[in-house]
Structures are given as C-alpha cells and as structure tokens.
Design a protein around this ligand. Structure first.
Ligand SMILES: [Zn+2]
Ligand SMILES: [Zn+2]
Length: 93
C-alpha cells in the first residue's frame, strides 16, 4: 500500500522507499512544484506536517532540493498559494 495516496501498489509499478515506507514513484513529488523526488535528494518538513490543514490537503510534506532550502514561513506561503490556485482557498485561514 502506498503511504502517500493509500492506494495499493501493483507489483510491476514503479515505487520508491522513503523512511521504510513504500510509495508510488508518481506520488513522491515536491509538494510545491510537483517535481519527482529521489530519496536522498529531498526533505520532509516535520514542522509543516504538524499543521492540520496542510497535512489534510497534501499528506506528508516533501520538498525538492530547490524548495527544501526555504524557511518554513516561505514554504507555508508557497503551499497556501498553491492551495488557492487549486481552488481550495475557502478552507485556508
Ligand atoms: Zn501512491
Ligand atoms: Zn519543489
């Protein structure tokens, strides 16, 4: 089962192992820019994962090398922007 989308992973499907969890390769993307991630070249933001509305929307928050360097505040702004663009604006405080 994919840790990110909670869907079963086909035996032949491309998958990635992160923190002892298996996920679909296509599910493992930067939550800001949707770039595919490689284990070891990405980072999860524990602090942002604690924010309920972000976690509910994105699941675990992984960032590519470009975005992992940003401060939590900057990442939060980018994610809110992305949610607004996706039409989820009403649920953001
Ligand atoms: Zn998945
Ligand atoms: Zn990114």
């Amino acid at each position: 089962m994919c840790y990110l989308c909670k869907q079963p992973i086909e035996i032949m499907a491309e998958k990635v192992e992160i923190q002892r969890q298996t996920v679909h390769k296509e599910c493992f993307r930067c939550c800001v820019c949707d770039k595919y991630l490689m284990p070891g070249y990405c980072a999860m933001d524990d602090g942002l994962c604690q924010i309920d509305f972000l976690f509910n929307y994105f699941g675990c928050l992984w960032f590519c090398q470009n975005h992992m360097m940003l401060g939590s505040g900057e990442k939060l702004d980018l994610l809110k922007q992305k949610m607004r663009n996706a039409g989820a604006g009403g649920s953001i405080q």
